[in-house]
Design a protein around this ligand. Structure first.
Ligand code: HEM
Length: 205
């Protein structure tokens, strides 16, 4: 599959950019029109957390999809998808800091130390920051092999995100399990790619 270069750069990429903003617009509109249900804070925390995790997974889907569809241009969307994961995780974190904890640092620290799901969420967010900072093209050139090693964290982050989610749900584990299954499928696809790469010299970037 191939989209002619001007269409890819001027139509497809901006389309992905705008599409990824839809959840935040829906959230903002629901907030403005007081449609976030009985507990708007909970709805905001949950929706931003969900989208952070979804974008972490979507950005990992790029490589297997590229291979499956033979669509090499897709790789060029990975950066923006990863940055959206950071964007939604930041909104999620700010919602927690501001609307949940009112910036009371003592309580926040207490939560990070004493509530394991918050500890894991915090760890995931802290690891996401260097990935976002080094996502620019010149950083790839600057860091070379270190960049590749650092960006392997992209595979660890959704695991942490899923553990964070799994540990916070009390009874209905359906959604974290679903995310875990999707991640497992992505890992299997990645593994198959690596096998092919080793046997017939195909690349799996
Ligand atoms: C990459 C980082 C993170 C990801 C991917 C993530 C993802 C999620 C997900 C998927 C949920 C559940 C949403 C739902 O129930 O529909 C959630 C809930 C939550 N997260 Fe995160 N999170 C991250 C970081 C953080 C951080 C840094 C904090 C705070 C320090 C945090 C605090 C919370 C809280 C308080 C909830 C709601 C818990 C509840 O319902 O009782 N998360 N997060």
């Amino acid at each position: 599959m191939y989209i002619k270069e001007p269409y890819f750069t001027k139509v497809f990429k901006p389309f992905i950019f705008v599409l990824a903003l839809v959840p935040v617009f829906i959230l903002a509109w629901s907030f403005y029109s007081k449609n976030l249900g009985a507990n708007p804070l909970e709805a905001m925390t949950h929706q931003t957390g969900d989208w952070a995790l979804r974008f972490l997974l979507i950005s990992l889907l790029v490589s297997p999809l590229k291979r499956l569809l033979g669509w090499n241009q897709l790789t060029r969307c990975r950066r923006i998808l990863g940055l959206y994961a950071f964007f939604y995780a930041s909104l999620h974190f700010i919602t927690y800091l501001w609307l949940d904890q009112f910036f009371v640092w003592e309580d926040i620290l207490h939560d990070i130390v004493n509530r394991p799901f918050i500890t894991v969420g915090m760890l995931a967010y802290l690891l996401l920051i260097p990935l976002a900072i080094t996502s620019a093209k010149f950083m790839i050139r600057l860091l070379k092999k270190k960049w590749i090693q650092l960006h392997k964290l992209a595979y660890v982050l959704p695991i942490l995100g899923i553990v964070h989610y799994w540990w916070l749900v009390k009874s209905n584990i359906y959604e974290p399990v679903l995310y875990a299954v999707i991640l497992l499928i992505i890992f299997i696809a990645r593994f198959i790619c690596t096998l092919k790469k080793n046997t017939i010299g195909q690349t799996c970037e």
